[in-house]
Write a protein that binds this ligand. Sequence first.
Ligand SMILES: [Zn+2]
Length: 76
Amino acid sequence: MIVNCRRFTELLTDASEGKVASWEESHFAEHARLCGACRKYARDFDKVVHLLRDLPKEPAPEGLKSALLERFKSRR
Ligand SMILES: [Zn+2]
């Protein structure tokens, strides 16, 4: 299965929830290696995820991740 940019953003979200299979992870890593836009996106996404983890008392802002995904998609 080919990981395109759209799939990459989905995997990124799933990965933050620990839902990515190991075979998917290798495709995911390969796409990040080849695609600068997704590499940058992953970096930004990572910051947000870590930020959220540092705020355990906050309710999980479900809308935030999808908002990020929308912003990413709208750039294409
Ligand atoms: Zn990409």
